[in-house]
Ligand binder design. Structure first.
Ligand SMILES: *Cc1c(COP(=O)(O)O)cnc(C)c1O
Ligand code: SF4
Length: 432
């Protein structure tokens, strides 16, 4: 394969992008027509992967049905068939043409690039000024999107932050203004936790990470610093053999020594990602710094919509010393229709997996929807006075008074998201 070695931050991974798709899709056994249609999808949604994912994680004999193949490679039915046909025709005629560009732009706008009102609703202000690259939705936690962290080692096809990666700046959140972040936190004593996210926080090299994290260590009010990342799944070398692996771990130690919790929020989609020895070494080294690794992932049709995958994942995480944290419902953005699992089915999968693991793994919560009003968990389906309802509660809420209180919605086997639900036994939902 002709992928170049990338020397970003002195690291030696080979990056595969849309330029390599034709060759890789051929390897997966796709016909010329199928390859063109998959490449057409990749004009709209970002594609990127690396040699670790290609060589260690994907089972090429099982492609294109292999779950890890499906996790990173564009699928032709991720977009409406007529859109794909149009894109394929334009791509075939002129891959650099203005017509293709215009079509791509229009389709992206139809994919709800920023779900849950994230660009407008959670924007923090300092005085009169908007602070870019931050979200403050729940009182105790602020999200920070460092400019250098807005990419990932590989892209998940279902990514809810895909708009960050397509190079259209008005779709993007990012900041390198650490002073603004620190100023904002000081002005808000209720903030006890900062989540550095992206993209992938661990795409940043140690010196850049240090610039962001050191000022946070000084803030007494902070109890935890969280890193949102899929690097353990897509590039565990980051913590073992990369030139700045040791410096990074030293920084984690400094956070822990300062008396704060370094919460490492690791995204794992499938048990396959847990097999390589490199991952086990990485987890051990991170844990040795005193950091706590918590795991989370969305439930995705055709990738991990199987209770066995989840119970195996949670068990394995637990055995490795990681703490299962969230199972998310796929968000209402990008190719949601393609990946969505109905809430009723999501609940069944969660319940079946949860029932098979020890109490020590039952730290996990879900299935949870990160929606406008907050994180809403589906707790079950019951019949009350002849009415079949979903039992729900808010794990997180803009209004903290609503956290943990149960409420009901009419059962609907096809509902995939909060806005498909109708309140039961009440005029409106508590958050309305
Ligand atoms: C999930 C989330 C958080 C963190 O919530 P926890 O329950 O503390 O993990 C913070 N901000 C936003 C916008 C979130 O979606
Ligand atoms: S790791 Fe997270 S941010 Fe990166 S592509 Fe996957 S879902 Fe998106």
């Amino acid at each position: 394969m002709s992928a170049p070695t990338s020397e970003s931050e002195g690291r030696r991974f080979r990056a595969y992008t849309a330029r390599h798709l034709e060759e890789l899709l051929t390897r997966a056994g796709l016909s010329p027509e199928q390859r063109l249609r998959a490449r057409a999808v990749a004009t709209v949604l970002p594609f990127r992967t690396n040699d670790y994912v290609i060589d260690e994680l994907i089972d090429w004999d099982a492609a294109p049905d292999d779950p890890i193949y499906r996790l990173v490679f564009p699928q032709e039915d991720m977009l409406p068939a007529e859109d794909v046909s149009k894109l394929a025709k334009l791509l075939d005629a002129d891959p650099k043409g203005p017509e293709l560009k215009a079509e791509v732009f229009a389709i992206r706008r139809r994919l709800n690039p920023h779900p849950a009102g994230q660009l407008d609703l959670n924007k923090p202000k300092l005085g009169e000024a908007d602070i870019p690259g931050m979200q403050h939705k729940y009182p105790e936690t602020v999200l920070f999107f460092p400019q250098q962290g807005q990419t990932c080692h590989a892209y998940c096809t279902y990514c809810f932050r895909w708009a960050q990666f397509v190079g259209e700046s008005d779709l993007k959140m990012a900041s390198n203004d650490i002073d603004a972040l620190v100023g904002y936190i000081k002005a808000h004593p209720e903030i006890t936790s900062v989540l550095i996210t992206g993209g992938d926080a661990m795409i940043m090299g140690a010196p850049v990470l240090r610039r962001y994290i050191e000022p946070l260590i000084q803030l007494e009010q902070l109890e935890s610093i969280r890193m949102g990342t899929k690097a353990l799944a897509y590039w565990p070398q980051r913590f073992v053999t990369d030139p700045d692996a040791d410096d990074t771990l030293r920084l984690f130690e400094e956070v822990c020594e300062s008396g704060k919790n370094l919460a490492f929020q690791a995204h794992f989609s499938h048990t396959r990602e847990l097999a390589p020895t490199m991952l086990h070494d990485a987890v051990k080294r991170i844990r040795d710094t005193g950091a706590v690794i918590r795991t989370q992932a969305p439930l995705i049709k055709s990738i991990n919509d199987d209770p066995q995958v989840w119970s195996d994942m949670w068990r394995k995480h637990h055995t490795m010393g990681m703490v299962p944290y969230y199972m998310f419902v796929e968000r209402d953005t990008g190719p949601q229709e393609y990946f969505a699992v109905p809430l009723a089915r999501a609940y069944d999968i969660f319940q079946e997996a949860y029932s098979q693991v020890s109490g020590l793994c039952r730290t996990v919560r879900g299935p949870s929807m990160s929606a406008d009003p907050g994180k809403v968990a589906v707790d079950g389906v019951v019949e009350i006075n002849g009415t079949r309802v979903f039992v729900l509660h808010m794990i997180q809420a803009r209004d903290p008074k609503l956290v943990g209180k149960p409420f009901f919605a009419h059962y609907d086997p096809d509902a995939v998201w909060l806005n498909d639900l109708k309140p039961a036994f009440a005029e409106r939902f508590p958050f309305q």
